[in-house]
Design a protein around this ligand. Structure first.
Ligand code: DGJ
Length: 757
């Protein structure tokens, strides 16, 4: 018998499961003799008949432990769906359960399947959402042979996206017994070969999202975070790109997690060139007690597959985030262009200074004034007052509501910075509730940026912080919040949790963070929240579920940002990346880049400003006004268009990228020159994603005054195959050549595409 929907086909006799849409196929089966799940295929769509038995291969491998005495039932040599270490498989497993006797011996066998429409609702744990008839979920239930435990594996596919969403639910059906979950990953994928490069995004503070690509080797390679947040160091993303794949072509798998806490992403290549990709909550210090009649739900892993290289993978992720993760309220709505006072004033401000900036911002047609760190308690430096969310009346004698209403009267919205999860020791909260601080009362508790972490695994702490924040948000017209988080968790210990449940701390902590987000957006549904963690220290799919944009990095230098935003674009949509024009010399690297280049980079994100606009020259102000006018005109394109990386800042002196919207046939191309070479070579920039037969108007924009430098009509095929000719034609123009404005380092050019008819 066959159960079939337009997305999932199940051969109930042979027990083959096939998830499919127009782009991808994902096939696995139950091995009849042993009841285990076997991965059969994941890749570009397969339209062969239902029977996939011919896809099974088994070498006879002597000297192995066998589940049954048949020579081929060693799980070590079977590509599995959700494996467990130790039951004849010596690779690292997806889960580990500790039983009452202290053993880890599990044997989960297939029991049943169910198909439901739409996406599973995981409550406050971020998950793919926005039900429509175009998605379906297959749930396969496995039953332990030694306990009343079940594992439900969920697989969701939709008609539109080239992604599979996977997660697992551990269900304890016992009325009396508890079990320990020491490892519970979200995703395991065993691929039949090892001909891949691993691509991931690594970094540190102010240099997040650095792209690294290197060939797989036999053995394990892991990226992870055990810092309490997804981290600057490794983004929860990895890709396996076929060794011959490029930006444009070839097979690429990508995986990410809708989760903001500790994670592990790992690739293990065995001695027969089988590649195991795993992703999920980090097992470090993880120990979840499955009490009687309880469940544990893993975060969702999103698995993308592209046969059009890295571009296809990135576009699949970006589309998925836009359509199924980011709050739809913000996806297409024009975002206000903001001015943030942090790099303008740091902690040194008063109402007059802020209003001077706001007045200037109004002159420039900005839409939102954001008051960053320093408005509360006695916060004159970073060693005080976190957790005391009351207005500093020395700096703001008339209070926040007065400031907000003054800003509003100018015609700007008002936004405010918080760092909800943190505490300074000089606050009433720290004195009243020292037990709310993460750490063991009798042991070392390290500070980070002079601050400590509040125990968000304790619901009382989350409620108390929510009350303080809600009081402030009710007290003034605040339409935007920047939620910062500036240190990682070390010496983790919660006085709220009993000794045997300390292994639950990190996950409960991040669930507390999500709960506070949930409380805030429920109480203030119109609030736009930007996440931040010392820049991109918690920039991930989980946080995007609650905060539709994130501060990508504290590094605002345009040249550095080319790499950071390029790296982030591996999976995140442009509209999620906060990117601001800041001052020169740049505060992080001291570089002087032209104002036009700073804007030409920041435009490819959620655009804003972060400098003292009261100290600029009339020429600079006029230039900024022109930039803002231009930014507004391209915002719908940036939010909706597809992103193409044309040349990498990691390998090229002339990086370039393009956004193109196939509906409106409009595009924007950014081309950058990092260092200016003498006597330059010829250069062309080939565009992508256009309609070959469409005639476009190609316009070079002068961002300094929002005027047109040149315009011509060109067909799509010429722009894609020949490209934009970037050198000038100086034939018979020697004089013009010698009198030209000297090209500079850190230069940029912007091109716009519009259909001619
Ligand atoms: C780190 C953030 O990334 C900055 O933008 C700024 O908000 C500071 N914290 C404030 O302390």
């Amino acid at each position: 018998m066959t159960t079939s929907t337009n997305l999932i086909t199940v051969d109930e006799q042979a027990k083959f499961f096939h998830l499919h849409n127009e782009q991808i196929s994902y096939i696995f089966r139950v091995i009849p003799e042993i009841g285990q799940l076997e991965q059969v295929y994941f890749g570009p769509v397969i339209t062969t008949p239902l029977d996939f038995h011919h896809l099974i291969s088994r070498e006879f491998r002597p000297s192995n432990n066998q589940l049954i005495d048949d020579g081929t039932s060693s799980l070590e040599h079977i590509r599995q769906e959700y494996p467990c270490f130790g039951t004849t498989d010596f690779r690292q497993g997806a889960y580990a359960i500790r039983y009452a006797s202290g053993d880890y011996i599990s044997e989960f066998k297939y029991q049943q399947f169910a198909i439901t429409s739409g996406y599973p609702d995981l409550g406050e744990l971020p998950h793919a959402r926005y039900h429509d008839e175009s998605a379906a979920t297959l749930t396969v239930t496995l039953q332990d042979q030694y306990s009343p435990l079940q594992i439900q594996l969920h697989y969701t596919i939709s008609t539109k996206n080239a992604v599979i969403i996977r997660s697992a639910t551990f269900v304890n059906t016992s009325n009396t017994d508890s079990y320990h979950l020491d490892r519970a990953l979200s995703l395991n994928l065993d691929l039949p070969d090892a001909d891949y490069d691993l691509i991931h995004l690594h970094g540190a503070w102010a240099k997040e999202m650095q792209v690294e690509r290197r060939p797989l080797m036999t053995g394990r390679m892991a990226i992870d975070s055990d810092r309490g947040a997804s981290s600057h160091q490794h983004n929860p993303f990895l890709a396996l790109a076929a060794t011959d794949s490029t930006e444009k072509d070839g097979l690429v798998y990508g995986a990410t997690l809708l989760y903001s806490g500790n994670f592990l992403g790992q690739v293990e290549v065995d001695n027969y060139d089988v590649t195991r990709l795993s992703l999920g909550i980090s097992p470090t210090q993880f120990d979840w007690t499955l009490t009687p009649q309880s469940k544990f739900q893993t975060p969702e892993a999103v698995l993308a597959c592209s046969h059009t290289g890295l571009t296809g993978m990135s576009q699949a992720f970006q589309q998925f985030f836009r359509e199924h993760v980011i709050d739809q309220k913000w996806v297409d709505q024009p975002k206000p262009i903001l001015i943030n006072n942090w790099e303008a004033t740091y902690f040194d401000f008063d109402e007059a200074k802020l209003l001077k900036i706001a007045r200037q911002a109004k002159q420039l047609d900005l839409g939102l004034f954001v008051l960053d760190d320093g408005w509360f308690g006695k916060r004159d430096s970073d060693n005080s007052s976190l957790g005391n969310w009351t207005v500093d009346h020395h700096k703001l004698p008339a209070g926040l509501s007065h400031l907000a209403s003054e800003v509003n009267q100018l015609g700007l919205k008002f936004g405010l910075w918080f760092e909800p999860e943190m505490i300074s020791l000089d606050t009433p909260l720290a004195a009243e509730h020292p037990e709310w601080i993460v750490g063991h009362p009798q042991k070392r508790r390290s500070q980070g940026r002079n601050q400590y972490v509040l125990d968000f695994s304790n619901p009382d702490v989350v409620s108390a912080i929510f009350e303080q924040m809600a009081a402030i948000l009710h007290s003034a017209a605040i339409s935007y919040v920047k939620w910062d988080m500036n240190r990682y968790i070390s010496e983790a210990f919660s006085t709220y949790l009993p000794a045997e449940r300390q292994g639950e701390f990190y996950h409960r902590y991040i669930m507390g963070v999500y709960h506070l987000y949930h409380l805030l957006i429920t109480e203030f549904p119109e609030l736009l929240i930007e996440s931040c963690a010392g820049g991109g220290g918690r920039f991930d799919g989980g946080i995007l579920y609650y905060a539709s944009q994130g501060w990508t990095s504290d590094d605002t230098d345009a040249v550095e940002r080319l790499k950071i935003q390029y790296g982030a674009s591996m999976l995140y949509p442009l509209q999620s990346m906060g990117s601001h024009v800041s001052a020169v010399p740049n505060h992080q690297v001291g570089r002087r880049t032209p104002l036009s280049t700073r804007a030409a980079v920041a435009l490819f994100g959620t655009f804003g400003y972060e400098l003292d606009i009261t100290k600029l020259t009339a020429t600079e102000l006029a230039e900024i006004k022109a930039q803002i006018q231009f930014a507004k005109s391209v915002q719908p394109l940036i939010q909706k268009g597809k992103f193409y990386r044309l040349a990498s800042p990691f390998t090229s002196n002339r990086p370039a990228w393009e956004v193109y919207d196939s509906e409106t046939k409009t595009g924007l191309i950014g081309y950058y020159q990092i260092l200016n070479p003498a006597n330059p070579s010829y250069h062309r920039l080939q565009l992508r994603g256009l309609v070959p037969t469409q005639k476009y108007q190609l316009t070079e924009i002068n961002l300094s005054n929002n005027t047109i430098l040149s315009t011509e009509e060109v067909f799509g095929d010429e722009l894609q195959n020949i490209g934009i000719i970037l050198n000038k034609d100086y034939t018979n123009k020697a004089a013009e050549y010698w009198q030209r404005p000297q090209p500079t380092d850190f230069a940029s050019r912007l091109f716009q595409l519009k259909p001619t008819e």
